[in-house]
Design a protein around this ligand. Sequence first.
Ligand code: AHM
Ligand code: MG
Length: 336
Amino acid sequence: HSADAHRTDLMTITRFVLNEQSKHPESRGDFSILLSHIVLGCKFVCTAVNKAGLAKLLGLAGETNVQGEDQKKLDVLSNEVFIKALVSSGRTCILVSEEDEEATFVEPAKRGKYCVVFDPLDGSSNIDCGVSIGTIFGIYMIKDGHEPTLDDVLQPGKNMLAAGYCMYGSSCTLVLSTGSGVNGFTLDPSLGEFILTHPDIKIPKKGKIYSVNEGNAKNWDGPTSEYVQKCKYPTDGSSPKSLRYIGSMVADVHRTLLYGGIFLYPADKKSPNGKLRVLYEVFPMSFLMEQAGGQSFTGKQRALDLVPKKIHERAPIFLGSYDDVEEIKKLYAAEE
Ligand code: AHM
Ligand code: MG
């Protein structure tokens, strides 16, 4: 559209979030400040990911730099950038990262009321071949005037204030929910700004795609096996579903959100809790799915009702279009 090509009124992510926050008179802009630091981390990682292929080609990766330090791996580098950006925002008190065994408690002088759980660079097996990878994050808030403890992050996903991910793919896309719908922003590299490109994302009620690592099929339980069999050999006269599996959660979930269908990382005999981590993979993605009109299920319950006992806990996950998740829920209910 020519109107789009000459659009002059740009809705940046900062402007969008400030607008949203202005609906809450009690908000003092803290959330907007926190988010701008997350956005900075995403821009940094985006640039680093884009350069990674070139660095490798030039023989930089794995070599020592001038200071005699080893070149940092991309996931380690991304983690450091996010931790520093979040601490320096002055708005956080507890940080949980997939990369760090222990949670980070922010020193009192730099403390704020938000807890951020995140996977700085998810899908790392895809880095070296240039396939899409991403950052996933979720945000909780501590109660006023109490000393932060781990219990502040060991909360069910439904208590999250906000969740999102940034996908480093053919373009850099940030998808965010602050609890009133889901919006997508694309990085305009010439401006260095995320611009609203996908307002009010709603997932199709039913989809034509299923997404799973079928290499684990030998170890699946009854309901998962039956579900996937039905995707391929439907018994209700419908067409078989297509299979798409990237092996990067952010990319697989992003496609599911836009095109509909189901993404699953089920339990199996070898991994009774599946693979994906509750706090910074399962919860943020489940939050976004529900906000977009879809569902998310663990095989036993609504995913956002889970109460994690440990920060790096795992859970099986089935998420996506409302009707597709409804089907898998019925199969698990029939088993009980
Ligand atoms: P990672 O945190 O080590 O990168 O693993 C998480 C990734 C997800 O992005 C993806 O959904 C899943 O692992 C793929 O696992 P698998 O290779 O077992 O199919
Ligand atoms: Mg991960």
